[in-house]
Structure formats: structure tokens, C-alpha cells
Design a protein. Structure first.
Length: 210
């Protein structure tokens, strides 16, 4: 993403910096700001880049507390939901018969192996469509300088907070609302994404079948 590279050159003098939300928030490593004003200006500019760029967002928020007694793996659940929604997006774009690569950030040898098995299980036909999905998984190291992975990392916390603390002001999520995959295409941007571009598990009462 050219705008992200320009942003890095402006603030760091090179584009090798990997933008991690936790490091920025906790001001670790190269993200040591001279003042609160400096940090706010940095975040405002970054939010502006996200707002200005055109991309489609699919996310799943899993309530880990409610899953503990069930013994379900939250990462596997989120993967399955997002792959199914990605297939719906590809189908809408008439790209569902072409291979699509899904880039996943590495979490550890054991975790990656388990996630890959789950990915293959879902894509082999164990999904809500009951059919094979044309996706291929690609694992990437956390230090990989990928714009897509960095954007995914940056948007995760605002999305989670929108569910956990809905009463809290969340400017970043207000921007992201316009990015979610929603029913009705571009004319419905910013609405109708709950349960589609943004899934929650367990689903809220309003989305459960009656």
C-alpha cells in the first residue's frame, strides 16, 4: 500500500517498520512518542490512511469466556466463520471458482499445524455450504512487512472493543464500519454488516433464529 509506505518514511525514515497495534499502544520499540500530542497526531494520520483506502473487511469476535466450558477453540471458530463469509464475498464477485490465498500470521509450530488442519477441514467441505472452498493457506512470520497483515492487526482491537465495550467512544471503529462486507453491496456501506462482515460468537440474541 503506497500510502502506508509513505507514512513509514515520514515517521521513521524507512519502510521496514512493522506496524503492530500493541507496540504502538504501549509505545514499545520504535514507537516511543515525544508527547501525547505526537502520539495522537500519529494515530490520526494512520486512521486517515485506513479511512481513505478501499478494502473489504471480514471479522469475527469470539467471547472466549463463554467458550471455556465448551472446550471450543476460538481461533478455529473464527477461522471457519471468516472462510465461509469470504466464500460469500467471492461468490458475490463471481470469483468463487478461482483459487484465493488466505495469509495467516504464525503463532507457533504447534498452533500453526492445528490451524492448518482446521483450514483444510473447513475447505474440504465441512462448512455451512457442504462443498469444497477454493482457498489456499499461506503462513507468514509476525515480522513480515505485509500491508494486509498490518492492517488486520491494527483493526482487531477496535473491532473487539466495539463488542466488549459498546458504550465507549471508538473513532477507529466508526471508520471501519464503512469497510465491512455487507448485504446489498456498496449502496449499503456502513449498515447491514452485523452477522455478515462482522460475526459474533456466540451470536447476540438479536441474530439468533427464533
Amino acid at each position: 500500500m503506497p500510502a502506508l509506505e509513505t507514512f513509514k518514511f515520514k515517521h521513521f525514515g524507512h519502510d521496514l517498520v512493522v506496524l503492530h497495534e500493541t507496540d504502538i499502544r504501549k509505545e514499545r520499540g520504535c514507537f516511543r512518542f515525544s508527547s501525547r500530542e505526537h502520539k495522537d497526531a500519529f494515530l490520526d494520520e494512520l486512521t486517515g490512511i485506513i479511512e481513505a483506502n478501499n478494502f473489504m473487511l471480514i471479522a469475527c469476535v469470539v467471547d472466549k469466556r463463554r467458550l471455556r466450558e465448551r472446550g471450543e477453540n476460538p481461533y478455529h471458530l473464527a477461522l471457519g466463520f471468516c472462510l465461509e463469509t469470504l466464500y460469500e464475498l467471492m461468490r458475490e464477485k463471481k470469483q468463487d471458482d478461482l483459487p484465493t490465498h488466505v495469509v495467516v500470521e504464525c503463532r507457533g509450530k504447534k498452533e500453526d499445524a492445528a490451524l492448518e488442519l482446521e483450514f483444510l477441514r473447513v475447505c474440504s467441505g465441512e462448512n455451512k455450504f457442504g462443498k469444497p472452498l477454493p482457498f489456499e493457506v499461506v503462513f507468514a512470520d509476525k515480522k513480515t512487512n505485509s500491508s494486509g497483515l498490518q492492517l488486520a492487526d491494527l483493526v482487531a482491537r477496535p473491532i473487539g472493543l466495539s463488542v466488549v465495550r459498546p458504550e465507549q467512544a471508538n473513532r477507529a471503529f466508526d471508520v471501519l464500519k464503512q469497510k465491512f462486507f455487507c448485504s446489498g453491496g456498496r449502496r449499503n456501506t456502513g449498515v447491514g454488516f452485523e452477522g455478515l462482515g462482522l460475526k459474533m460468537h456466540p451470536a447476540p440474541e438479536s441474530e439468533r433464529p427464533r
